[in-house]
Design a protein around this ligand. Structure first.
Ligand SMILES: Cc1cc2nc3c(=O)[nH]c(=O)nc-3n(C[C@H](O)[C@H](O)[C@H](O)COP(=O)(O)OP(=O)(O)OC[C@H]3O[C@@H](n4cnc5c(N)ncnc54)[C@H](O)[C@@H]3O)c2cc1C
Length: 402
């Protein structure tokens, strides 16, 4: 018998997706309401095989996000909680701090705006001149920079695996949900091998596929996932960079611009860029999923983004296909790098929600329908913020059970 007093279903909370958001939700449910039966269905053979296991591994401070937004609140809180979680379970992590570097004077107003934003979000920020930049990063060049103290690195794949274990949920791998049926008492889902699993409330944390899962459930999500691949190079001479070095972001696209990230394994990743992926799990130009691509192209929002942001897109595409162009972008921050220093590394694909009018959904987006909670936009910094996001999704899911 479950905490909710019914044996009509196989579980109380049925989560689709074994990425960090789904697993954090399972963890939060079992902590908030012990005895609640949670099943997580994940289509891959293990946890974190998509966004969660293919990212930069940065514990973001929350400096970029609009004060008061879910991203700002959950990232600031989530960063501190992530460090604590890693320490508690002995997972590799480090609070390294990071530099955001202006390479031209024209970027200074945006750098100062970032200082202001950081302070509004309660983040410790230190302003640096060129000489102080070299104290942190001897090989990096810039006209000014800021040092953000609370940024760190960890291994989100390891965090996800730990959340899975600590949640004590029933996690079923190799279980792709292909149909969802609403019932008066909850939901029943069918997996690709024909198994039926019944739950009191459905939680959709399907990442790159969350809009499809919402539609399987009969809900109109009002958005589509447009997949953007983020490509990386690995620095052959990691000693050129001590920690994390970022350019001044464009407020419209804080995830763009070449970053240098020393990961928890000591290697330095350069990237990610952002280019359209030709499939939701399109990790290279050779991966093309015609049906998924047709779905993206049929969404009016995709064309509107292309019209609005073609100039950015063209630059990103050029750097994707031309190593020389990519190297030039890196050299603005790190002049001693040459093309021979950069080796291709595995890419990730971001699940970016796009509205019909072409708006890129900026904040995290959680929508509810009868006996269902859909997580429809959980891009970066959702790994950093996964513990607070999981608690919020769990709170909403439990409220459906009454
Ligand atoms: C290139 C890149 C760099 C990033 N860098 C950072 C960073 O440094 N710091 C940070 O905080 N965030 C970063 N992010 C963002 C972060 O990785 C994501 O926000 C986070 O991993 C989202 O987790 P998720 O659980 O929502 O999605 P995912 O990890 O994609 O998990 C979704 C899961 O659902 C499963 N699934 C889908 N459909 C079904 C189905 N029908 N049935 C069963 N299972 C299904 C998938 O197999 C998958 O495992 C980055 C993302 C990318 C792509």
């Amino acid at each position: 018998m479950s905490a909710y007093g019914s044996d009509r279903f196989d579980c109380d909370v049925l989560v689709i997706g074994g990425g960090i958001v789904g697993l954090s939700t399972a963890y939060a449910v079992t902590r908030a309401a012990p005895g609640t039966r949670v099943v997580v269905l994940e289509k891959e053979r293990g946890p974190a095989r998509h966004q969660t296991g293919r990212n930069s591994g940065v514990i973001h401070s929350g400096i970029y996000y609009r004060p008061g937004s879910l991203k700002a609140r959950y990232a600031v809180r989530g960063a501190a909680e992530m460090v604590k979680f890693c320490a508690e379970y002995g997972l590799p992590h480090e609070v390294t701090g990071k530099l955001i570097v202006a390479t031209e004077r024209a970027e200074l107003p945006r750098l100062h705006a970032l200082v202001q934003r950081g302070r509004e979000n309660g983040i410790p920020v230190r302003e640096l001149g060129p000489a102080q930049i070299t104290e942190y990063e001897p090989r990096v060049r810039g006209v000014a920079a800021i040092h953000v103290g609370t940024t760190g690195v960890c291994d989100y794949g390891a965090v996800a695996a730990q959340l899975a274990e600590a949640s004590r949920a029933d996690i079923r791998y190799g279980a792709e949900v292909v149909a969802v049926d609403r019932r008066p008492w909850g939901v029943a889902v069918r997996t690709a091998d024909g198994t039926i699993v019944r739950g009191g409330v459905l939680v959709n944390c399907a990442g790159l596929h969350c809009d499809r899962v919402a539609r399987l459930a009969g809900d109109d999500p009002g958005m589509r996932i447009v997949p953007f691949r983020g490509e990386y190079y690995e620095l052959a001479r990691p000693e050129l960079v001590r920690g994390l070095v970022y350019p001044v972001p464009d407020p419209a696209f804080p995830f763009l611009g070449v970053h240098l990230t020393r990961g928890i394994d000591g290697g330095v990743h350069v990237g990610p860029n952002a280019v359209p992926a030709l499939g939701r799990e399109g990790y290279g130009w050779s991966v093309v999923r015609p049906r998924e691509l047709a779905g993206t192209l049929a969404w009016p929002g995709s064309w509107r983004i292309a019209r609005r942001h073609w100039r950015y897109g063209a630059g990103e595409l050029h750097r994707s296909v031309s190593k020389r162009a990519f190297t030039e972008a890196v050299r603005r921050l790190l002049p001693s790098v040459g093309p021979e220093d950069l080796h291709r590394a595995p890419a990730g694909v971001r699940a970016q929600a796009v509205l019909r009018d072409g708006t890129l959904v900026d904040d995290f987006l959680i929508r509810e329908a009868r006996r269902t909670v859909h997580v429809l936009n959980a891009p970066s910094p959702a790994a950093t913020a996964s513990l607070p996001i999981g608690r919020e999704v769990a709170r909403r899911a439990l409220a459906h059970l009454g």
